[in-house]
Design a protein around this ligand. Sequence first.
Ligand code: AMP
Length: 285
Amino acid sequence: MEILKKITECRSIVNNIKKRGLTIGFIPTMGFLHEGHLSLVRKAKKECDRVFISIFVNPIQFGPGEDFVNYPRDIKRDISLAEKGGVDYIFYPTAKEMYGSDFKTAIEVKELGDIMCGKYRPGHFAGVTTVVLKFFNIIRPDRAYFGQKDYQQLVIIKRMVYDMNLDVKITGCTTVREKDGLALSSRNKYLSAGERKNATVLYGSLIEAKRMIKKGEKDLEKIRKTIMIKLKKNRFIKKVDYFDFRDPGTLEYIKKVNEGNRNILAAIAVQIGRTRLIDNMVIKV
Ligand code: AMP
């Protein structure tokens, strides 16, 4: 495994791989790797000749007052996990390498970036799409892998690829969870023991919504209100950003289980202590 810190280094490796007619799979990450990231690596290894990951805590996707400075970082551990997971190249640039000192461009997927998490994290998704497009241009992957855990991000990236005619296949991968249902996330590290125990409330709410839908409840607003009341009563939850039902393709808000028999995305974002956690589930109706 090689660690590449410079864009030029990365480009010359990519050129060699392409000259040999080999395919590249790519997984962008912010590091502090866990089994969720490694499941994406495994998928990429099955489908591609060479696997790149990036490890970059992208400053432009964090808002003022968010956790950019405190975001968990452990590059030594990441290198060892990536190596064991079979990653071929880690792209590990500095912010200066990525943005220099006079960066002026932003890629933004309109509307989709303003709802759900975008409403509470203005500019976040533009930061994500901008850095992902830069990575795509540097690494030129044939395939790129994203977790369904960040469902809105996956939809937005797919839309950017479609709108900008990018020649990369985007694959969404199943959310990896702890035994008690909590979705793996680098941010789980922030949770105190009590918070960690109560963090199962995210998955619990999704399961509860699924159960009500499966029982035949068609009024999603009613389910939403029932769940919101429970969430607001939980003393570990400092703030509920949203619990929404959305169309899994368009992210359009839905109020009723539909005549069209479509799947329903249930998505949740809450703050537990000082930690913002998200989760979601696609419910088949
Ligand atoms: P991050 O380092 O948190 O930016 O995540 C990098 C990639 O890993 C993103 O595509 C995430 O959606 C994905 N990912 C994060 N957590 C999980 C998980 N628990 N299961 C599957 N994919 C995940």
